[in-house]
Write a new protein. Structure first.
Length: 353
């Protein structure tokens, strides 16, 4: 559906050339919900502008539905833009137009007949659950309702692609959930391809089948959402996953664990004592722990455990203190790596004032 190849974009600044995007390669399938995530300044906004044709890349190509965008004339580009619906963080509704009028606007600009506009807007307001608010003005509805208007407006011209640019960032958690459910429902009912641009990892976790992580203008990691969450490869991704899942220990907890581990070392000087972070999918953590203690002869103390739902799959994160000789620990490492789980040894340097 969307093929982005070796895309690069730079800007001239008083301090020199700034590379906003560097060799971006993405393949987004028709009908999927795809997430692009990254911290502030990662290049997400520039990527959006390149996809919706507001910016032309310095190098590389973008194909949408097999059409190479760089080959299009200005008139063809305008037509192509109608195939891409945009949902914005700030809603961008016209204050002097009603809910109905805001949704109708792109159809009016496209020269659609009044009868067709009425039928289309009526259908869209029903789709987003705002039929009863058709005559209200933006200052008379809530933030979540404004975003629903924005989504309906973005769908007005039957787009092939729906670009959501930080659409939930300004919303409270409950409203965010309702908007995500709406986007999922629209994707299911219309088949529109959804590209979700966000810095909210928890949003990607809930709705996106695949995700690309952007940092410093480059894609540092991409894959199916479950794999990226359960086995993040890059430090930036690990940091974002930890923030979204609360899967890291606090400084205070780590300091307390150091005291406990030192006491265990004093009791068994011949054994090693380490802190592990285990992550596994499918909910088989009980069997894993049982095997390690029974067959590998390792003493395990569970410090913290939690389970997160990622695309309907339970992914567990567990912190354990492990005590055994080095050979047993090595065997455990090998066993864990072959049983759909990851293991990381946590070292802790106390913070200095």
């Amino acid at each position: 559906m969307i093929e982005i190849s070796n895309l690069s974009k730079s800007y001239s600044t008083p301090k020199g050339t700034f590379e906003a995007l560097r060799d971006i390669n993405l393949h987004i399938k028709e009908g999927e919900i795809f997430g692009v995530i990254g911290p502030s300044g990662a290049g997400k906004s520039t990527l959006v502008k390149c996809i919706n044709l507001l910016e032309r890349a310095d190098r590389g190509t973008i194909k949408i539905g097999g059409q190479l965008l760089s080959d299009l004339s200005e008139s063809d580009l305008r037509e192509q833009r109608r195939r891409i619906g945009m949902v914005f963080q700030g809603f961008n509704l016209l204050a002097r137009r009603t809910v109905y009028g805001n949704v109708a606007l792109p159809l009016e600009i496209a020269g659609v007949s009044p009868n067709e506009i009425k039928a289309r807007v009526t259908h869209l307001l029903e789709l987003v659950g705002l039929t009863h608010l058709a005559d209200r003005f933006p200052n008379q509805i809530s933030g979540g309702q404004k975003q629903r208007v924005g989504i309906a407006r973005a769908l007005a011209n039957h787009p092939d692609v729906l670009l959501s640019d930080e659409a939930t960032s300004a919303l409270d958690p409950e409203t965010t959930q309702s908007i995500l459910a709406l986007l999922r429902d629209i994707n299911r009912r219309t088949g529109v391809t959804v590209i979700l641009i966000t810095h909210q990892m928890e949003v990607v976790r809930q709705i996106c089948g695949r995700v690309a992580v952007l940092d410093g203008g480059k894609i540092i990691e991409q894959g199916d959402t479950l794999s990226v969450f359960s086995e993040p490869k890059h430090a930036v991704t690990r940091s974002m996953v930890s923030a979204a899942t609360a899967s890291d220990l606090t400084e205070e907890t780590l300091s307390a664990l150091n005291v406990r581990m030192n006491a265990m070392r004093e009791q068994k000087p011949q054994a090693r004592v380490v802190l592990w972070r285990l992550q596994m999918s499918g909910g088989d953590s009980g069997d894993l722990i049982s095997t390690l203690t029974r067959e590998q002869g390792i003493t395990l103390v569970i410090v913290q455990a939690r389970v997160e739902d990622i695309q309907g799959v339970p992914v567990g994160t567990m912190f354990v203190i492990a005590q055994a000789d080095q050979q047993a620990l090595n065997s455990a490492y090998q066993y864990i790596s072959t049983h759909h789980a990851t293991i990381q040894e946590i070292s802790h340097e106390p913070a200095t004032a």
